[in-house]
Ligand binder design. Structure first.
Ligand SMILES: Nc1ncnc2c1ncn2[C@@H]1O[C@H](COP(=O)(O)OP(=O)(O)O)[C@@H](O)[C@H]1O
Ligand SMILES: Cc1ncc(COP(=O)(O)OP(=O)(O)O)c(N)n1
Length: 267
């Protein structure tokens, strides 16, 4: 059986985040990866040097090419840049009836560069979240989407409930930005229960692309027909291995190691 996943996201020339992280993750999890580019970024481990969005028509046509021929068992969105691109993506997802949709609401790169226009946040809430299966905000993204300050796990649970009210079936609020304590905790909410995915916090500066990689791993597992809880568990193990076995390349915040999980499984 060949499982297929489509990523709709921006290109990171440095290879650690964006489309590149997604396709590497799909491949590592034995899922055939396809892509629709939304923007080209000139980017490396030191930051983002340039952002060049594609036209909404170019994004729509790439999705159309994939949808009318290959199809997709699951779809992920990453950097979407503008409200116009969000609208065409939502319309194409509906056209092809894609239900296994994972939305990583990428807003700002770790170095501070904006990857989504401020006015596009409300388009995410009105057009994309109501048709998505899973949304995976980090803490600042969850704050931007809910207008709520998040400090504690209880705050995250409250934010997850608010996001669920927008129509998304599962909310995962990631804990990478909560640097209190020895552990990272990702909180999953399915509309009635909370589940916690905990791992040892790794003390490293090489975390470029963690969010993209984590959401891509969820998408790959959903493409195989796994449940959301199973998919998040695998994604947590995948990202833990990828961060632990750092590559140490570049002069700044380096990428994670996308082959570490596979090598660990093979041992
Ligand atoms: N230092 C770390 N040690 C272990 N896990 C981490 C670390 N930083 C992030 N993670 C994990 O990586 C994933 C992405 O989280 P996060 O960094 O919050 O997302 P983003 O890259 O979107 O800001 C989550 O599963 C989170 O728990
Ligand atoms: C093209 C592109 N897309 C997304 C991101 C953000 O990736 P993320 O996984 O949140 O990691 P950081 O950039 O925050 O380290 C990106 N940088 N570029």
């Amino acid at each position: 059986m060949v499982y297929k996943a489509l990523t709709i996201a921006g290109s990171d020339s440095g290879g650690g985040a964006g489309i590149q992280a997604d396709l590497k993750t799909f491949q590592e999890l034995r899922v055939f990866g396809m892509s629709a580019l939304t923007a080209v970024t000139a980017q490396n481990t030191l930051g983002v040097q340039g952002v060049y969005p594609l036209s909404p028509e170019a994004v729509a046509q790439q999705i159309e090419s994939v949808g009318t021929d290959l199809g997709a068992d699951a779809v992920k969105t990453g950097m979407l840049f503008s409200a116009e691109i969000i609208e065409v993506v939502a319309s194409k997802v509906k056209q092809f009836g894609w239900e296994r949709l994972v939305v990583d609401p990428v807003m700002i790169a770790k170095g501070g560069a904006p990857l989504l226009q401020e006015e596009a946040v409300s388009a995410l809430k009105t057009h994309l979240l109501p048709i998505s299966m899973v949304v995976t905000p980090n803490i600042p993204e969850a704050e931007a989407l809910t207008g709520q300050t998040i400090r504690t796990i209880e705050d995250r649970k409250e934010a997850a409930k608010r996001l669920h009210e927008l129509g998304v079936k599962y909310v995962v609020i990631k804990g990478g930005h909560d640097d209190d304590g020895e552990e990272t905790v990702d909180v999953l909410y399915d509309g009635s229960e909370f589940f916690y995915f905990t791992s040892k916090r790794i003390d490293t500066k090489h975390t470029h692309g963690t969010g993209c990689t984590f959401a891509a791993a969820i998408t790959a597992e959903l493409a195989k027909g796994k449940t959301v809880q199973e998919a998040v568990q695998t994604a947590k193990s995948f990202i833990q291995a990828a961060i632990s076995h750092e590559l140490g390349i570049g002069h700044g915040h380096g990428p994670t190691n996308h082959w570490a999980y596979r090598e660990k499984q093979a041992r």
